[in-house]
Design a protein around this ligand. Structure first.
Ligand code: S3P
Length: 233
């Protein structure tokens, strides 16, 4: 039996993409959270509230194990996991043993936060806006740490898959303002196949969905990437 398993943070689009992919492939679709709710006859919100996260994780692993042990006759499967499911090592090993193809879906933190806020789904672990803010702060600290580890003369390439300036341009602007040892080496259009539209005025790479137009809409556009190249004096 072939299986594609979608993983990623809350709000990454695992269920939405999973449904569309299953339709495209003509495969079955299951959402692990939905399977857990059916088996426990309780909503995810109530499992967390009444039994706690540890009990939820046990139910999650049991549901995943049973799904992975289904007979081949059940048919090929697209499976969307809950955000935390792949974090559990036991689950990761089970997926690896089963030979499942795992696909990580990513989105900028701000976008994940917006989706979790706007969607109807009850997410016991997504209540705190500050949780997301903490992740953006962590991103800043990672960059500062990398900058401090770099030897003089070394090059730092910062790259993020995000359309949000807070996660891209602003992070580099803050680093350059705080640490005079760093200087930007602008990216030349010749280094990116002559696509001058994906290099911004500062010489950083900035791709957007409007780039690389194509008459076939399915082939058009670029994901939102930002990259800057710095050197340390
Ligand atoms: C969780 C994510 C949720 C759900 C549960 C716990 C997590 O799924 O499994 O609330 O630990 O990240 P989604 O990623 O579909 O929101």
């Amino acid at each position: 039996m072939r299986r594609v398993v979608l993983i990623g943070f809350m709000g990454a689009g695992k269920t939405t993409v999973g449904l569309a992919l299953a339709k495209l492939l003509g495969w079955r679709f299951r959402d692990l959270d939905g399977v857990i709710e059916e088996r426990e006859n309780l909503s995810i919100g109530r499992i967390f509230a009444e039994r706690g996260e540890a009990a939820f994780r046990q139910a999650e692993t049991a549901a995943l194990r049973d799904l992975l042990q289904e007979r081949p006759a059940a048919g090929d499967l697209v499976l969307a996991l809950g955000g935390g499911a792949f974090v559990q090592e036991e689950n990761r090993l089970m997926l690896e043993e089963a030979g499942a193809i795992t696909v990580l879906l990513e989105a900028p933190l701000e976008e994940l936060q917006r989706r979790c806020r706007d969607e109807q789904k009850v997410r016991p672990l997504a209540g705190q806006e500050s949780d997301f803010a903490a992740l953006t702060t962590l991103q800043k600290r990672l960059l500062q740490k990398a900058a401090s580890l770099l030897k003089p003369g070394g090059m730092l390439v910062y790259c993020t898959c995000s359309l949000e300036p807070e996660e891209g341009e602003a992070q580099i602007a803050a680093l350059l303002a705080a640490d005079s040892a760093f200087r930007r080496i602008p990216i030349a259009p010749g280094e990116v196949a002559g696509l001058s539209e994906i290099v911004n005025a500062e010489g950083d790479l900035r791709t957007q969905p409007c780039h690389l137009p194509h008459s076939d809409a399915r082939l058009a556009g670029l994901d939102g990437f930002y990259a800057a190249r710095l050197v340390k004096a």
